[in-house]
Design a protein around this ligand. Sequence first.
Ligand code: NAG
Length: 419
Amino acid sequence: TASFTILALVLASCGGGYGPRGGGVSQQTQEIKWGRYQNPPAAKVAGMQSWVEGFKARARSQGISDATLSLAFRDVTYNPEVIRRSQSQAEFKKSLWEYLENAVSEKRQTNGRAALSRFSVPLSRVEATYGVDKEVVTAVWGMESTYGERRGDMPLIEALSTLSYEGYRGDFFRSQLMAALRILQSGDIDPGHMSGSWAGAMGHTQFIPTTYLAYAVDFTGDGRRDIWSNDPTDSLASTANYLAKSGWQHGLPAAVEVTLPPGFNTGLAGKGKRRSVADWQALGVRQATSRPLPPAGTSTELLIPGGPSGAAFLITRNFHAILRYNNADSYALAVALLADRLKGYPGLSNPWPADAPGLRLEQRKEMQRLLTARGFDTQGVDGNVGSNTISAIRSYQSARGLPVTGEPSAALLDQLRRG
Ligand code: NAG
C-alpha cells in the first residue's frame, strides 16, 4: 500500500540504523507502527523495565545513589513517541541553500534582533566574560530552539532510556543516560523538569547531558546551572563557555563570503587547505560584500559548498569551534551568516546554483497550498516536505493517473497549477 512505501522511504533515508538488534526492514516497519500507537506492546514495556533494572545496577556501581535512581526512574516507561520522532527526521534532504533559507530567514533575523535587545544585559556580560560575540551566541540560540520557543518537551530520562533499551546508536544514548543521572544527582534539576528533545538535547541551546556536565555554567549565581527555565541566561553563558573552550577567538568572523576570480583553481578549496587571508588575496580572492575579510595574517580555508558556481567563503578557527557544537558545515555556516545579519551586515551577494529538480521554499509552500486546495491535505503549509506532504503528492499523482513517486518537482508544481 501507499503508506507502506512511504514508511520504507523514510527508513531508507534514516540509513536503516534503527532496530533493536539490527533487524530487517519488515521488523523495522513494525517498530514505526508501534510508535504511532498510544500504548506500546506489553512486551516492550516489560522488556524495558527489566533493562532499566540492569542499568540501575550499573549506575549504582558508578556512584549514582539509590535515592537519585528511584526518583529518576519513578515514572519511566517505554515511550513509543520517542521512537516515532527518531524515525521521522529529515525524510527529504534539503539542499544547503534551502537549509540556509530557512535557517537565516527574515523571521529568524527579526526575532534575533528582538532577543539581542531584550537580553542585551546578560548577553553583553556573557560576551565580556567568555569573549564570544553576543550575536553568535544569539544565533546559536536561534538555531537550536528558535530563541527558546522549542526547547523540547520529552521527559529526558524516559527518552534516553527508551533509546538505550532499543540499542539505538550503539552506546551513545547509554552514556547520555548515565550523564543525565549525574546531572540529577548534582541537584541542578529534578526529574519532573528535566525535559529535552527526543534525542536528549536540553534547554535553550540544546545541550546533551555530556556537554552539560563538561561546559554548563551557573551565570546567574543562584547556585544552579539552569538551562531548563524560561530565563536563558545560564544557557547563553554555557554556550559561550563551550565555544570559548572550543577555541573561539573574539571578534573574528567564522565565515566570510568572498568572490573568486575567473579561472580560479577550485582545487585549492577545502578543509585542511589553509592559507593566510593575504595569500588568498594574492590569488585574486576578494571581499564579496561590506563584510570585511579577517586580518591579513589570519589562517583560513576556502569553502565552496554549492560548487564552483555558487557562493564561496573563507572560514576561520571560529567556524571549527561551531563545528564542535554541531558537526555540520551547513549548521556552522547558518550560525555564521545569521550572526552577521544580527551584526547588521548584508546577506550573500553570490547566488546559489539553480535548484532543479527540487523546489525552493516558496515553491514548496505553493505546492502544499495547491495540493490542499485540490483536496489532498498536506496538514499545513510550511514548506517542509514530510510524510504528510509526500502522502498528499502520492494521492494526487494516483488520482491524476501520473506515476506515483511522492516526489516534489517543478513538473509536479506546473501540473498542480493547471489543476
Ligand atoms: C552535539 C553536542 C556535541 C557533541 C555532538 C555529538 C551540544 C551543544 N552539542 O549535540 O557536544 O559532540 O552532539 O555527540 O551538546
